[in-house]
Design a protein around this ligand. Sequence first.
Ligand code: SF4
Length: 222
Amino acid sequence: MPRRKRERIALTDEEGGMALLQIPGYDHQKPQEVPLEAIRDLMGDCRLCPLGETKTNLVFGVGNPNARVMFVGEGPGKNEDLQGEPFVGAAGQKLNGILAQAGLTRDEVYIANVIKCRPPGNRNPRPEEIQACSPFLREQIRSVWPDVIVCLGNFASQFVLRTEKGVTKLRGQVHTTGHFAVIPTFHPAATIYPSEWLPLLEEDMRMLGQWLRDNPPGPGKA
Ligand code: SF4
């Protein structure tokens, strides 16, 4: 897979200072216009930030490209880095389990992370790394154009809602940003060990299920 250097991917500084990708062949990409494969192809073996040098696999995303619900996590952990897929291992099993609380299966949803390459030692992603990588997530969201974005953990919640508030303050309600309903909740990995957060995560998933029942699917959604 070809390496992508900074000069090979054009960025503009639109929409609140967040960089947008310029995808070859698309002047101004509309919702659901650019296939996910085109975004993945554009990334190649991305080296836009130092995490590209230390990763094993770039973890793009997985799931239904036409999903009503898109889950957004923080970044790959050890298992995800090795397998090239988000939410595998213990955190993935936990996610699969809580999806049932919303009446969903993993095949029905799309899952991606804010950061596509694993930070060494699972450290927190740095602001400049989030800034470098976030245009890819933005284009994935534009491609899938879900009705609901579920943000798993602080980083995803703060990125999508553009806030500095923590997830404990944000969770428990449905937010709105532009076209999207947004449900911030805990990262499944934070509830693996006995934790008072698991019932709250399950409560948020039941709220998601209720929202899906109460609201008709958006354009192009089943
Ligand atoms: S984390 Fe994102 S921006 Fe950095 S190298 Fe990986 S794909 Fe590129």
